[in-house]
Write a protein that binds this ligand. Structure first.
Ligand code: NAP
Length: 479
């Protein structure tokens, strides 16, 4: 912790907030303050924007190979410092160290992937259909970007945006979540060490997100917003972006259905459920939120899942053998408690968990609820906690209708051994991603994103860099 930067990173320098304000970063396992960091105000944000705008032209002209190599070096440094970064992430976010190490590897992979994409930005040339004109198509960076990230994957949500922005030749201002700013500040230091020129990446940590971001979005100099967070905040930022016609990428909330058919391999389904539900203590946009299990296998599935969930060890993420760390804060835990209480009031049975432990920290036990009423609030609310809610269904049409009956469409999980059914159901689900007999879809080489109110655009994969590029078409007569 002693070497971790705690100041704003603007124009390549570490600065205090202009008004000297600071804010605490808490350890969710103890509720104690880990450290204090700079708390930026609108003046600091303007300074960061100015640094990004000033750096843009020269940065756009750098050789793609040079941008690629900076990303590659940063990828290698991140991997060398896996342990240090994992401890930092566990301290500020709570996830167990093994999961934090996994996130470090996942986060680094975005830099490796986009270091490979930076040198493959294409263009085009051709004769137009009339035969009298030529066209030249070139790609150029969209310009200075505002990147806003959530707390649940403090490093990976940053690299998933910074990687393609660097590869495309964009400069940026990053505003990380106030609960988990330390991972992003450590990342900025690594990028500087890897040779990123001053002003290309600027990081403003703040407790005043609205005051800091709105003027940038409305001001006309930021050309792109890439946001990951809740649908409600995304909607607000889309409205703010409309004024200066800022291009947007939105990775928003989910309400994933997890469907287990009667012909599913139940071992695979339970393994998949553990991953889809318990990765990150359930604090993931991809977390299975509604388990629809065919009535003929529901009891067996519920029993096996409860057994596995009940065997997990809950405790501080730094302790050996712990599987489930604390939730992010008291508000997050309070929301989970209220959703479980509501479901139980409406008739759900608690197979395991469901009781908040005494003592410090924001712990909540792995919980399985069965006989959940479709009217329960957790059916149309992201639980964001270690709670599996099981409902039963009778046939395929019915379960597809119920799975799609939500404003969200990020991911769905389907468990069946029938190939035809697997494809048919996947095609009919209104989601951007499907996990077929698997509980994990995230991969830097695949386009991540949702439909409906789960977002706009994709991150990662071949298309991830497109979000940061514009076309320029040049017309020229054939002579
Ligand atoms: P959130 O409350 O929407 O916050 C996300 C980020 O937006 C934070 O940095 C937050 O800062 C900032 N923010 C809030 N209001 C703002 C405003 N008016 N102007 C500018 N920035 C603002 O979400 P969260 O609780 O951190 O994260 C959980 C949500 O993220 C869930 O809904 C989850 O599904 C979603 N998520 C989606 C994906 C995906 O890829 N689709 C991935 C991960 C998470 P403050 O906290 O200071 O307000």
């Amino acid at each position: 912790m002693t070497d971790t930067p705690t100041q704003l990173f603007i124009g390549g320098a570490w600065l205090d907030a202009a008004d000297g304000a600071t804010m605490p970063v808490d350890d969710p396992a103890t509720g104690e303050i880990l450290c204090r960091i700079a708390d930026a105000g609108p003046k600091d944000a303007k300074l960061a924007e100015e640094a990004a705008v000033q750096a843009q032209e020269e940065w756009a002209r750098t050789a793609p190979r040079a941008r690629s190599e900076i990303l590659r070096r940063a990828y290698e440094i991140i991997l060398e410092r896996t342990d240090e970064l994992a401890h930092l992430m566990t301290a500020e976010m709570g996830k167990p160290l093994a999961e934090a190490r996994g996130e470090v590897a996942y986060a680094a992979e975005f830099f490796r992937w986009f270091s490979e994409e930076a040198v493959r930005i294409d263009g085009g040339a051709g004769i137009l259909p009339d035969g009298r004109n030529r066209m030249l198509l070139s790609r150029r960076p969209v310009g200075p970007c505002l990147l806003i990230t959530p707390w649940n994957f403090p490093l990976a949500m940053s690299t998933r945006k910074i990687g393609p922005a660097i590869a495309a030749g964009c400069t940026m201002v990053l505003k990380p979540a106030p609960q988990t700013p330390l991972s992003s500040l450590a990342l900025a230091a690594i990028l500087k060490e890897a040779g990123l020129p001053d002003g290309v990446l600027n990081v403003v940590t703040t407790s005043r997100a609205g005051e800091v971001c709105e003027p940038l979005l409305r001001g006309g100099r930021i050309r792109k917003l890439s946001f990951t967070g809740s649908t409600n905040v995304g909607r607000l930022l889309l409205a703010q972006s409309a004024e200066a016609v800022v291009r947007t990428s939105m990775e928003l909330g989910g309400n994933a259905p997890f469907i287990v058919f009667e012909d599913a391999d139940l071992d695979k389904a339970v393994d998949g459920a553990m991953l889809a539900k318990m990765r990150n203590m359930g604090e993931a946009c991809t977390a299975a939120n509604r388990f629809f299990v065919h009535h003929s296998v529901a009891e067996e599935f519920g029993r096996r899942l409860a057994e596995r969930m009940g065997a997990l060890v809950v405790g501080p993420g730094t302790r050996n053998g712990v599987d489930v760390g604390p939730l992010i804060d008291r508000t997050g835990r309070g929301k989970v408690e209220a959703l479980v209480a509501d479901a139980v009031e409406r008739g759900a049975r608690v197979l395991v968990g469901g009781r908040t432990p005494e003592g410090p920290g924001c712990f909540y036990p792995p919980t399985v609820l069965t006989d959940v009423s479709p009217e329960s609030r957790l059916m149309d609310t992201e639980i964001f906690g270690p709670v599996a809610a099981i409902l039963t269904f009778g046939d395929e049409d019915e379960v597809i209708r119920r799975a799609n009956d939500t404003p969200w469409g990020l991911v769905g999980y389907v468990f069946t051994e029938g190939l035809d059914r697997a494809l048919r159901v996947s095609e009919r689900l209104e989601v951007g991603m499907v996990g077929l007999n698997t509980g994990l879809v995230s991969n830097p080489a695949a386009p991540f994103g949702g439909v409906k109110q789960s977002g706009l655009g994709r991150e990662g994969g071949r298309v991830g860099i497109e979000e940061f590029l514009e076309y320029q078409y040049l017309a020229m007569p054939v002579r």
